[in-house]
Design a protein around this ligand. Sequence first.
Ligand code: DCP
Ligand code: MG
Length: 375
Amino acid sequence: MRIDTTQYSMEKVNKQRKIIHIDMDAFYASIEQRDNPQYKGKPIAVGGSPEGRGGVVATASYEARKFGIRSAMSSKQALQLCADVIFVRPRFEVYKEVSQRIRAIFQRYTDLIEPLSLDEAFLDVSEDKQHIGSAIEIARLIKQAIKDELQLTASAGVSINKFVAKIASDMDKPDGLTFIGPSRIGAFMESLVVEKFFGVGKVTAAKMKKMGLFTGADLKKLTEAELTKHFGKPGKFYYKIVRGIDDREVQPHRETKSISAEDTFPYDLKELDEMYEALDKIAAIVHDRLFRHGLKGRTITLKIKYHDFKQVTRSQSFSSGVSDLETITATAKKLMEATDLEDKKIRLLGISLSNFGDVMVKKSKDVSDQLALGL
Ligand code: DCP
Ligand code: MG
């Protein structure tokens, strides 16, 4: 007997995935409001300093957001927007524990979980453990369990791939559940502004706008060859994503090996003070990302790309993990000074932290280190 395998493999190829993206609402702030009833209904900012000097807001409660207070904003600015804002010290141990409990809830339905930070993850529920079948129903059950067991709310996006699911989870925050099915993806992508597309950063978005490309519909008019001509290799990816095609798999065992940020400048930097200023900004972003992941790295790496696209990297390692902004900034500057900067025009600067081991921010001492630096 001959078994026809063609049909089976075609089926496998065509099989649509069911992807959920879950993102907790005002994560650190909601936990603080849950555990401290006096903060309920109040504008709070986690991570800012009460004196309003130097500190940076990690996140703000929805009440504080009404005043315009946002993540990564200085405490000073937060105070200017709302004089009554309450600054709360972060408690990373608690956030991590909540994160683990959320993950345990996800595991009831699937093992294909890719955490993106403490409060955010992709789940592939194409074949769920409980044979529920409906990804929308699974998202609803997960949200309910988070509410019942942790007294917190999450927003979920459901679709057939990671990109659309992630955009969807952000559409109806807080406590949202948004499903974007295959028939809606096309129109949805066309209406999306270019900066929302995965992989489109500040510089690329500016370039696109200069070319009169503002939305997915505009991008869709370009051929794959045109996109790669203007935007290089990522053009291929843009071509697909604007058509709602995203084949990236949910990667359950992807370990965070490094955390980085970089900036390509609108014009090449020649002056040292411009470079210092750029490093200050990049260091703050890396620091934010470490904060979100609760990680400390033992190695700091500086990346420099010159105007001629030549690239160098310089690293320094420490005997124990670092995550404070001061060390990151100072080390990056020192590494930059040690390169030959004479007559150099710099196109890109980047900072990364790696070599994490398992030095998570665990002890209260670590938290007070952060606080001492105004966080
Ligand atoms: N975070 C941080 N620094 C930032 C952004 C975020 O330390 N610049 C931390 C605090 C947040 C958590 O990471 O609570 C999750 O980040 P999100 O971007 O998901 O923000 P929230 O969960 O606070 O709010 P939202 O309801 O918009 O998801
Ligand atoms: Mg969140």
